[in-house]
Design a protein around this ligand. Structure first.
Ligand code: TXA
Ligand code: MG
Length: 358
């Protein structure tokens, strides 16, 4: 597991450096995940691409290079990133100014591809007949899934969707892999249903916008949870596909989640929590503790980012917590992480992981 995750991290880092060397626009405005949150940093040049073959090919190339591209789906515009690249996904959070890491929906081109990332079931088979469309299925993640852990916020499950919009489908086919895409708006703002909405919110923060006109559904996808061992299906988020259509296909009523403890999406009880107890802002390691470092931390067992790069730290966060858990560590001390840019989301996640458990 450790070796596999390390390899994944190394491979996911590569697109960024390739991006700088191959694309003059990116070389000029390197994809700096912290840039979006640092006022002094010059903004990215955001390309406006038409939804023709040239635009889609350009968008796919940018995505392969680790860039962020907003694209139309039938529900709302998504902010797409290579779902196997922890750094690209970290950039999504930075661009949106999200103060917390939520698991993202992974957009795929086909059911065959969906099966590479998830454990399939009879219920999934039935619901997949409603694809392509405004429906997202949350399934147990496949053991050999190549998705970055930040994409799923370290969960063992994964949210999958095949969008129906022809431009989204052409982009997925040309890109040839999974695209993580939350709605393409600044955190806390309304979801965008035109390219102009995306421009208003994200110009200067993302690499390109693929303009495919107005979204026809205009409401986010319906999310159905299929992770219950008893095979039941749960309505996690009402959306563009009506509940009765889903129940007809399943020939069963949907459950609704017990939401009494959920006050915001980022507080989903299902977020990954390590077995070990956590002590944050640890200047020193106490006896019996394992150090999860950030920046200079010679005693660290693992380091989120030896060079104190917040994007690298975000990309490593869930992997490193999993790895330290796997060592059987009982107490993890975490080096201080600055409370700006992605540091806010990293600290938010760490505070939740450190909170007393009931
Ligand atoms: O229509 C849509 O769904 C749009 C387009 C772009 O596809 N996307 C979208 O993404 O609305 P976002 O990030 O705004 O919402 C994703 C939702 C979040 O509420 C997140 O908590 C949930 O999906 N989600 C993702 N993975 C999950 C998982 N493994 N378990 C439970 N919920 C999950
Ligand atoms: Mg959203």
């Amino acid at each position: 597991m450790t070796a596999e995750r390390k390899t994944r991290w190394q491979t996911t880092c590569a697109p960024l450096s390739r991006a700088r060397s191959r694309d003059p626009k990116l070389a000029q405005h390197p994809i700096n995940p912290n840039a979006a949150s640092r006022k002094a940093q010059s903004p990215l040049h955001t390309l406006r691409l038409s939804a023709d073959i040239d635009g889609i090919t350009r968008a796919a190339t940018l995505l392969r290079d680790g860039a962020l591209v907003a694209f139309p789906t039938e529900t709302v515009y998504g902010l797409g990133a290579d779902a196997t690249s922890g750094t690209a996904v970290a950039n999504v959070y930075a661009a949106k100014g999200r103060p917390a890491f939520n698991p993202l929906i992974v957009h795929v081109a086909s059911i065959t591809e969906a099966k590479r990332y998830a454990l399939w079931s009879d219920a999934a088979d039935r619901l997949a007949t409603l694809w392509p469309g405004p429906l997202t299925l949350v399934l147990p993640q496949a053991a050999a899934s190549p998705l970055a852990s930040l994409t799923t916020a370290g969960l063992n499950s994964v949210a999958l969707r095949i969008p129906a919009h022809p431009v989204a489908r052409a982009l997925l086919a040309t890109f040839g892999g999974p695209l993580a895409a939350p709605s393409a708006n600044l955190s806390g703002r309304i979801s965008p249903t035109t390219a102009a909405h995306v421009t208003d919110g994200l110009t200067g923060r993302i690499n390109a916008i693929l303009d495919g006109g107005a979204c026809t559904v205009g409401l986010e996808s319906t999310i159905i949870g299929l992770t219950d061992p008893d095979g039941s299906a749960t309505l996690l988020r009402p959306g563009g596909l009506p509940q009765n259509m889903i129940e007809d296909v399943l020939d069963a009523a949907l459950k609704t989640p017990d939401q009494t403890n959920i006050t915001a999406p980022g507080q989903l009880a299902s977020h990954y929590a390590p077995n070990a107890s956590l002590r944050l802002n640890a200047a020193e390691v106490d006896p019996g503790e394992t150090l999860l470092g950030f920046g200079q931390a010679p005693n660290a067992t693992l380091n989120l980012s030896p060079s104190a790069n917040l994007s690298e730290a975000a990309a490593n966060l869930f992997d490193h917590l999993h790895q330290l858990d796997a060592t059987g560590a009982a107490r993890i001390a975490v080096s201080p992480i600055p409370e700006h840019g992605l540091g806010q989301a990293i600290n938010d996640r760490l505070r939740r992981a450190a909170a007393p458990r009931g």
